[in-house]
Design a protein around this ligand. Structure first.
Ligand code: FEO
Length: 405
């Protein structure tokens, strides 16, 4: 059965929802699913903007064929070729052998690398500032390299103000009938997954996202709809979304609060982390969150690290090193370019306690713009009552730092 939604005059969402995929990019859990968005413009020419993941290709074809009726598909615009969008393009090329393809030069290179067969198709190469007219609608292309791959374009329809934004402004979570941002409670139900999507997929490319945000600022008064490749279509409240992106792209925390991430083998480091959380809350800190790195997916840890201003790392020593899952969190922070946070360290080791110095070294030498508080809680096996002063000093240091002292 077809499943389409009208976005605005002449334009339809023809994508699909995926509740079967457990791991996005085979790494990030998506317990609430994901949508692959594709859009069909019915102008004098018919134009498909991006395709979808191969797993949902049948739904895309059913949707497109339903809306086209007896008409052919004239144009296929590929803004982003990553296979969660590009995988179905070969099927579109086969079904509509006369479809014209519009994409960037790098996108054509990737199409060939992925083995797509373009022979016989008119292939138009476009770059920043080029335009195309399909009848009533004229679009202009905006280069968005590394948001999230190097070939990415955004396409702006100057006739109706629709911005096809590729991966930008997208989110995990399947749409399940809803399409627009005002058909969901985004700030309550979606923002955490939108942040987890952004920070883990595009987080590394903050400077490139900032460049695109600058371009978007130049046309923001003309934008009526933001159509991303995942998640809701935005038709109002752009300020909310742009503000979130501004924070994420500049590695600016959203919340002045403390995230405690602990790595504990037998519960002793966990107990110390919980004691610190309780002291912080008693001292008036709002929004303290505590995560066990062993049972929290690193994509969630990363998302929370982007949100929070202060991060406490509490780790046992393991094989004379940092506990592996904590080390993985640190390496992911580096990979995703997280910057400008304040850290505090709690370490544990029954002999040869090393994790604190190693975490400090990693923060100082491998990450950018990180501050590590001088106060540290150091445990031998567990946090005994004799260490209460150390815990108190660390809590006080965090409170002072949060207050900007
Ligand atoms: Fe949703 Fe970069 O692909």
């Amino acid at each position: 059965m077809h499943c389409v939604r009208k976005v605005t005059d002449d334009l339809y969402w023809v994508g699909a929802n995926d509740h079967r995929l457990h791991l996005f990019e085979n790494i990030h859990p998506i317990p609430q699913g994901v949508s692959y968005n594709s859009y069909l413009l019915l102008d004098k020419q018919t134009v498909l903007f991006d395709t979808i993941d191969w797993s949902s290709c049948r739904q895309l074809l059913e949707n497109v064929e339903y809306l086209l009726g007896d008409r052919p598909l004239d144009v296929l615009v590929i803004n982003h070729l990553e296979p969660d969008h590009g995988a179905s393009m070969e099927e579109i090329l086969i079904r509509w052998p006369k479809v014209k393809v519009i994409a960037s030069a790098k996108c054509y290179m990737l199409m060939r690398q992925f083995g797509f067969h373009l022979d016989g198709h008119e292939c138009v190469e476009v770059k920043e500032g080029d335009t195309a007219t399909f009848g009533k609608h004229t679009v202009t292309f905006i280069a968005a390299p590394m948001v999230h791959w190097p070939e990415v374009l955004m396409t702006f329809d100057t006739t109706n103000g629709v911005l096809f934004a590729a991966d930008a402004f997208g989110s995990f979570i399947a749409l399940d009938g809803k399409l627009f941002n005002d058909e969901v409670n985004f700030d309550r139900d979606w923002i955490d997954e939108a942040r987890r999507y952004y920070t883990n997929i595009v987080g590394k490319y903050g400077p490139q996202v900032q460049a695109v945000l600058k371009k978007a600022a130049g046309i923001v008064d003309q934008i009526k709809f933001i159509c991303p490749l995942h998640g809701p279509v935005w038709r109002n409240d752009f300020g909310y979304l742009l503000d979130k992106y501004q924070h994420w792209a500049t590695y600016t925390p959203e919340d002045k609060t403390v995230m405690i991430a602990y790595a504990s083998m037998y519960g002793n480091t966990e107990s110390a982390a919980q004691a610190l959380a309780a002291r912080l809350v008693e001292k008036g800190v709002k929004g303290v969150v505590v995560y066990d790195v062993s049972n929290t997916h690193v994509s969630t840890l990363i998302s929370e690290a982007f949100r929070c201003s202060h991060i406490v790392l509490a780790s046992v020593t393991y094989n004379l090193g940092i506990y592996p899952v904590m080390a993985n969190f640190l390496h992911d922070m580096k990979a995703l370019n997280l910057q400008n946070r304040t850290f505090a360290i709690m370490e544990n080791g029954s002999w040869a306690c090393k994790s604190g110095d190693l975490m400090q070294k990693f923060l100082d030498e491998e990450l950018k713009g990180m501050t590590v508080l001088n106060e540290r809680v150091s445990m031998a096996s567990h946090l005994g009552e004799g260490k209460a002063d150390e815990l108190e000093a660390l809590a006080d240091a965090l409170v002072d730092s949060l207050a900007g002292k």
